[in-house]
Design a binder for this molecule. Sequence first.
Ligand code: AMP
Ligand code: FE
Ligand code: FE
Ligand code: ZN
Length: 287
Amino acid sequence: MPDTRRFEGPSDLHMHSIHSDGTESPAQVMAAAHRHGLRTAALTDHDTTSGWAEAAEAASSLGMTFLPGMELSARYEWRSVHVLAYLIDPDDADLRAMTDRIRSSRLERARTMADRIGEDFDLHWDDIVAQTSDGATVGRPHIADALVAKGLVRDRAEAFSQILSPRGDYYIALFAPDPVVAVELIVGAGGVPIIAHPAGRAGVLPTSLMERMFQAGLAGFELGHRENLDAGIRALRRMCQERDLIMTGSSDYHGLGKPNQPGENTTADEMVARIVQRATGSAPVYA
Ligand code: AMP
Ligand code: FE
Ligand code: FE
Ligand code: ZN
């Protein structure tokens, strides 16, 4: 049984680095977490675990506990669903095959979006490459950064509300697995699946889909997140209480890419301990 006293908070379990769409290295993300008074922090880059080693080392040198994570892309009909995957085995073959597929199709999709945007604006693929570190999971945020660098928009938020909007002419949907498959893959890799920002503007997922996700091993919800709306939080909190699910809260820090600050939402020690107890894929790196 893991020692729950190691998880004296505060804990922030959702942060991004330049290995996906954050603007800081994993070590800088851990330093930001430390500056904001956190004792436990997770790195949850989109569809990759490549930042773990650097983050673990930085966290250790700062006297923090590191919780390895990932934010797996999924898709239900037209909407994108993000599933946080804690303590997975990073070498699990099935999960790796899926993240490889998502990441390569993300690259192709970004290229096609860039081509479409390039027909109307002075933007070329090289501009996006210049905003993306080697091997990173590519996404619309990198296109946004290129648009900012070119002076075509003010910031990522403006890019997302205009040129990169799903309702706009340039948008292409992402390839991503069904949310039930995402949960199965995470569980198969020994990890703990938690739905990220589950009560955003798109509303909570249909009960029938969540039911199938529970059958597959969904462990809980990220209830503390600035994008969640009150009505959805209330409904999901009731569900968590009825079913004894894990509830987390986190910042979804992206460096300069979003206003979200480390520790603006945190996860209770008891919940962190439950995540660790449930996982078999990997272990936290303790302070
Ligand atoms: P993609 O997965 O490539 O479609 O891009 C979605 C990503 O963009 C998410 O992971 C968010 O972190 C980021 N994102 C979405 N909306 C915004 C926004 N308004 N400002 C900054 N980043 C955003
Ligand atoms: Fe992101
Ligand atoms: Fe997300
Ligand atoms: Zn995120």
